[in-house]
Design a protein around this ligand. Sequence first.
Ligand SMILES: Cc1cc2nc3c(=O)[nH]c(=O)nc-3n(C[C@H](O)[C@H](O)[C@H](O)COP(=O)(O)OP(=O)(O)OC[C@H]3O[C@@H](n4cnc5c(N)ncnc54)[C@H](O)[C@@H]3O)c2cc1C
Length: 390
Amino acid sequence: MNDYDIIVVGAGPAGAMAAMSAAEGGRRVCLIERKAKAGVPVRCGEGVGYRGLTLTLEPRPEWIRATVTRARMVSPSGIAVDIGNVDKSWVLDRERMDADLVGMAVEKGAELIASTPIVSAEKTWSNRYRAVGVDGKGAEVEFTAGCLILADGVESRLARCFGWETALRPSDIETCAFARVKSDCIEPDCCVFYTGRAAAPGGYLWIFPRGGGEANVGLGVIGSRCRAGLPRELLLSFINRQFPGSKVTGLHCGGVPVGKWARPLVRGGVMLVGDAARQVNAINGAGLAYSLYAGKAAGAVAAKSFRSDGSVNHKALLEYQRAWAKNFGKQQERSFALKEFIMSADDAFLDKIAESLSKEDARKVNYLRVFMRAFASKPALLLKAFRLFK
Ligand SMILES: Cc1cc2nc3c(=O)[nH]c(=O)nc-3n(C[C@H](O)[C@H](O)[C@H](O)COP(=O)(O)OP(=O)(O)OC[C@H]3O[C@@H](n4cnc5c(N)ncnc54)[C@H](O)[C@@H]3O)c2cc1C
């Protein structure tokens, strides 16, 4: 009864896009989600660049909470650098967007099966795939398909069933704490980033305005410098200092993978997408645009890889990996190398860079200039930078 062409596990942005494009390609698709409603509670700063989002989707106006036109970086000792030359970015309503993406996948013909965690998956003797879940009543339920797309997020366990090593090195995961803050002190069009050991060891703290005097405030601490409870403690102490008397809601924790993307992305008839494939920008932890792109690409490739007898041409699925590597693979490798560099920078170095940039005309400062200034101040790194960007 539960036999499909394509099973997608996880109805986050990557999974919803994969299901949508696979269904659009004419396949029988089921989209399986462990929660009753995907994307709730929101585990995201909700920031996204205009270019990254519109590459895959035409955003609905109701998804956009705020438009960001400038940014500020604050160094460990409190030197503020205004960055006036930023690409247009948005702060989204992810709860709404994620729900709409799932709705759009269903409209295209995907069958949504919610409240059903998949607990195991395997290849069958007939070269198909079986996923076993537990439904809302606690009963086991089986699904079979010719192709399996795993979009089960940062905590992905299912990839391990097919030989992927899913454990992350402590230096490749940011442990985050984040909350919604309502305060009169929030600048409506400016993203603010705090750096340094006291703010967020090996990571950064962010304030992303989301309209109506509200902001997403969060921070990530690199796993190798984290201890239990540290991100939450640092976040609450920052909010109390910076936004005294503010209303704080939705305090949660979550992880962001900041390693290299998983290789291979395809094994047999199984494809990895989104956070499960570690498709995240390692410098800033942004994964939404990548997840949308990867989901759409994987779903489209899967849909057209079926032979006329209904079997799947596994080699044809590799087109998804080639598309990812060509369009974003190099970019993500650069961000990984830059992350390694940033993590090795101490507070004194960050202060020195901020000091020199703070004297410049904010309208001319952009993110690239911040990085180039950092590289230029350590000549040995210039060569490394050249190799990265050549
Ligand atoms: C604190 C924080 C802040 C962030 N801020 C930003 C930001 O500002 N901008 C940005 O671009 N990115 C940000 N990210 C990253 C971004 O949220 C992710 O990259 C993006 O959500 C990845 O989408 P996904 O579909 O791959 O995974 P997810 O959104 O995690 O979706 C995975 C889905 O799979 C489901 N699932 C998991 N296991 C199973 C199972 N066994 N069976 C069935 N279903 C399952 C989950 O319930 C979930 O719905 C942030 C992440 C965090 C944690």
